[in-house]
Ligand binder design. Sequence first.
Ligand code: XMP
Length: 305
Amino acid sequence: MVNTEKFIANAIEEIKEKSCGKKVVMALSGGVDSSVCAEIARRAIGDRLVPIYVDTGLMRKGETERINMVFSGMNLLTIDAGKEFMDALKGVIDPEKKRKVIGEKFIRIFEREARKTGASYLLQGTIYPDIIESEGGIKSHHNVGGLPYDIDFEGIIEPLIDLYKDEVRDVAKALGLPEEIQRRMPFPGPGLAVRCIGEVTEEKVEVAREANFIVEDEIVEKYKPWQCFAAVIGLGTGVKGDVRLLGWIVAVRAVYSRDAMTADPVELPWDVLNRIASRITAEIPGASRVVYDITPKPPATIEYE
Ligand code: XMP
């Protein structure tokens, strides 16, 4: 357990000292890590912080509007890059390649925009488990807050590097960040792309986005899982309005975990599952079938890809 007040004071000093009076750029994703980082840096260096939010088009429903609202007090740069990502993902099926393409694209866009700001330093919200997972080589984690170290800057500042996720949440609370951010579930850097098995298409992303919204709406408040989400996992036949339809199969996942290294499925009551299935198939025209994933990690990972 960290002493949050002390941690914040030290982090402010660290950012002040390491940035040498120059501009500092960061990738803000709206997750708890990058939000904590941004708020500490704002206190440390004020307007010398330039947060950049890259809208990949693979974000949750309403995310871009939400981020702009929450961080309206900072000079946030929002980059609308949905088309660039979709073009880069054409024909890409392999999950690892997908992550690489997205990670690479993100870096290039971020570098391009960061250069325009004239910043000398890069601030990152990397936390301790990010390092372990990357070193473990389970899959290439593209963390929106985790840009490569050879990126062209005078230096990199990572004030959260010794913290676990629950400690970051404590710091978020001590900083007075909105409760919704403090409790925010992790969201993978590659976004909804890893929740669409196979090639990423606009149609699939839209189904995944709507289904994720429904799943969060039905589960988050009541069960407070570590994570819950929906993924588009394939095509299956259904009947809607007496017509046979080849529609999307949506998998629902909700897990409890401490640090994402292991996870257990949430034992959702039948009526909740029923409501989720009814809403997904009724509210999303292209969805024909809903399944609930009860596999723990290991052997399954939390995400589908
Ligand atoms: P898995 O699927 O490996 O995920 O069990 C463990 C945790 O990490 C999140 N995750 C990611 N987070 N960039 C991230 O920032 C990524 O590329 C990425 N892939 C998975 C996942 O949502 C879960 O919380």
